[in-house]
Design a protein around this ligand. Structure first.
Ligand code: IPE
Ligand code: IPE
Ligand code: MG
Length: 222
């Protein structure tokens, strides 16, 4: 089971409470720890979380740099616990343009947890679905492969061994994909939750899994 989540609504959560947007991000980061634990408890093998998109650079630099710092702090603070609990941390996205410290923590977190296998926590950071496909195509070209097919393209994605998401969740009530995992979600079941990300609870995840069990996936067949 692979669940992918677009963690949206941190800013609106904060605004409703009269707090600065970044306070919403801080609360959102705490949820990352919770949702990883809940997912592992519920037998989810892969959890992908959208943390920063290639379009999020359009935000004010203060917010962008806060988010990068939050990533660094989160990893430094939580990696020991995640290591102990069998969490394999993986990060997908473009390393280019990211601050040096972010790239260092990215490599360190992956390396520290690489032999874990209870759950893969895949963080999409400076990630765009279109960039991922373009990066795959350019790698295919650089390997002098004359003709691509689906298997070849897939094998050049950022995390080629990870199965496609069974479920994509977006919080905050927005109903769009915002450049998330474009290739991989071709047949994912979509769930939209009318809550801001900091308010997401274990019951929400359980309800989604319950509803998923009742859905009939046809993959184009009958
Ligand atoms: C999601 O919350 C987190 C990131 C995109 C980093 P937002 O920051 O998008 O919150 P809203 O959508 O403005 O409420
Ligand atoms: C999607 O949320 C990206 C992340 C959750 C990291 P956005 O808030 O950036 O998406 P849009 O701009 O509303 O489409
Ligand atoms: Mg948003």
């Amino acid at each position: 089971m692979h669940i992918a989540i677009i963690m949206d609504g941190n800013g609106r959560w904060a605004k409703e409470k009269g707090l600065p947007r970044v306070e919403g991000h801080r609360r959102g980061a705490l949820k990352v720890e919770d949702v990883t634990e809940w997912s592992a408890d519920l037998g989810v093998r892969y959890l992908t979380l959208y943390a920063f998109s290639t379009e999020n650079w359009r935000r004010p630099w203060e917010e962008v740099s806060f988010l990068f710092n939050l990533f660094v702090e989160f990893m430094k603070m939580k990696i020991r616990k995640m290591k102990r609990e069998g969490v394999r941390v993986r990060i997908i996205g473009r390393k280019e343009k990211l601050p040096k410290e972010v790239v260092e923590v990215w490599d360190w977190a992956e390396n520290e947890t690489k032999s874990n296998n209870k759950i893969d926590l895949i963080i999409a950071l400076n990630y765009g679905g279109r960039s991922e496909i373009i990066d795959a195509v350019n790698r295919i070209i650089s390997e002098n492969i004359e003709k691509a097919d689906e298997d070849i393209l897939r094998s050049h994605l950022y995390a080629p061994d990870v199965p496609d998401p069974d479920i994509v969740v977006r919080t905050s009530g927005e109903m769009r994909i915002s450049n998330f995992l474009l290739w991989q979600i071709a047949y994912s079941e979509l769930f939209f939750v009318d809550k801001y990300w900091p308010d997401f609870e274990k019951e929400d995840l359980e309800r989604i899994l319950e509803e998923f069990r009742g859905r009939h996936r046809r993959f184009g067949g009958l």
